[in-house]
Design a protein around this ligand. Structure first.
Ligand code: PGA
Length: 251
C-alpha cells in the first residue's frame, strides 16, 4: 500500500504573519489526519519559520526548487544541503512554472532530482502537458519524455526514491480540474512507464495529482486507483481547505 501524500505548494505567497496564522490553523486540525502524510512547501526565506513552527508535529515541510550545484559562486541559488539544514523533507522539482518562466529543461530538472537526493531530500517531480499539447493528442508523449529524462539521468532506482506529481498545465490555478477519469488515465500511463523500467518501483512510487484540486473534487480524484494524493496550490493557502483535502486523502 502506498501512503497517501498531500503536499501544499505555497508558491510565492505569504508573509511571516500570514504563514504563522496558516500554520496555526493546520496544527489545530491536523490531528484528524492520521493516515495521510502531509507537507507544505514554502518560499525559501520562510523555511526557518516553518521549521520552528512545525518541529515536533506530524506535518513535514520542503522547498519549491533546488540548485543543481552543491555550493559555490551561484548567486541567488539554494543548495539541497541548505534545505536539509532547515529540516526540509521534500523539494518540488520541475514545476511547470519553473519550466515555463525559468527555462528549466528536462535535463536540468533531472539534475535537480539528483542534487535533491544527494542532500537526502525527497524530490517531488512535476510532469504535465500544456493545453495545446493535450489538444494535439500528445499528452503521453510529453509526460513520457519528461519522465524518461529523469529515469535516464538518475536511474530508475533513484526515481523510485522520489514522488511524481502529474500536473496538467491547463489545470493549474485555472479552476479547471482534469476529470478523475482523465487524471487516472495519465496516472496509469505514468505507472506503466515506471513498471516498464522496474515493476517494484512502479508499485511503491506515489503519483500525486495537481491542478485546481480542492475540497470539492479531492475525494473523487484520490479515489482513483493510481492517484496517491495531491500537490495543492491555491487551496493550500487556506487552512480549512487544505485540511479538507488532507482528510479526503486520509484513508
Ligand atoms: P493549483 O496549483 O492547485 O493552484 O492549481 C497546483 C500547483 O501548481 O502545484
Amino acid at each position: 500500500m502506498r501512503q497517501p501524500l498531500v503536499a501544499g505548494n505555497w508558491k510565492m505567497n505569504g508573509s511571516r504573519a500570514s504563514i504563522a496564522e496558516l500554520l496555526g490553523g493546520l496544527k489545530a486540525g491536523i490531528g484528524q489526519v492520521t493516515a495521510a502524510e502531509v507537507a507544505v512547501c514554502a518560499p525559501a526565506v520562510y523555511i526557518a519559520d516553518v521549521q520552528s513552527q512545525l518541529d515536533g508535529t506530524s506535518i513535514k515541510w520542503g522547498g519549491q526548487d533546488v540548485s543543481v550545484y552543491e555550493s559555490g559562486a551561484y548567486t541567488g541559488e539554494i543548495a539541497g544541503s541548505m534545505l536539509a539544514d532547515f529540516g526540509c523533507h521534500f523539494v518540488i522539482i520541475g514545476h511547470s512554472e519553473r519550466r515555463a518562466y525559468h527555462g528549466e529543461t528536462d535535463e536540468v530538472v533531472a539534475q535537480k532530482f539528483t542534487a535533491a537526493r544527494a542532500a537526502g531530500l525527497v524530490p517531488i517531480l512535476c510532469v504535465g502537458e500544456t493545453l495545446e499539447e493535450r489538444e494535439q493528442g500528445i499528452t503521453e508523449e510529453v509526460v513520457g519524455r519528461q519522465l524518461d529524462a529523469a529515469i535516464k539521468h538518475c536511474g530508475i532506482a533513484m526515481v523510485g526514491e522520489g514522488v511524481i506529481a502529474y500536473e496538467p498545465v491547463w489545470a493549474i490555478g485555472t479552476g479547471k480540474t482534469a476529470t478523475p477519469e482523465m487524471a487516472q488515465a495519465v496516472h496509469a500511463f505514468i505507472r506503466g512507464r515506471l513498471a516498464s523500467n522496474d515493476q517494484a518501483v512502479a508499485d511503491v512510487v506515489r503519483v500525486l495529482y495537481g491542478g485546481s484540486m480542492n475540497p470539492k473534487n479531492a475525494a473523487e480524484l484520490v479515489a482513483q486507483a493510481d492517484i496517491d494524493g495531491g500537490l495543492i496550490g491555491g487551496a493550500s493557502l487556506k487552512p480549512d481547505d487544505f485540511l479538507a483535502v488532507c482528510s479526503a486523502a486520509n484513508s
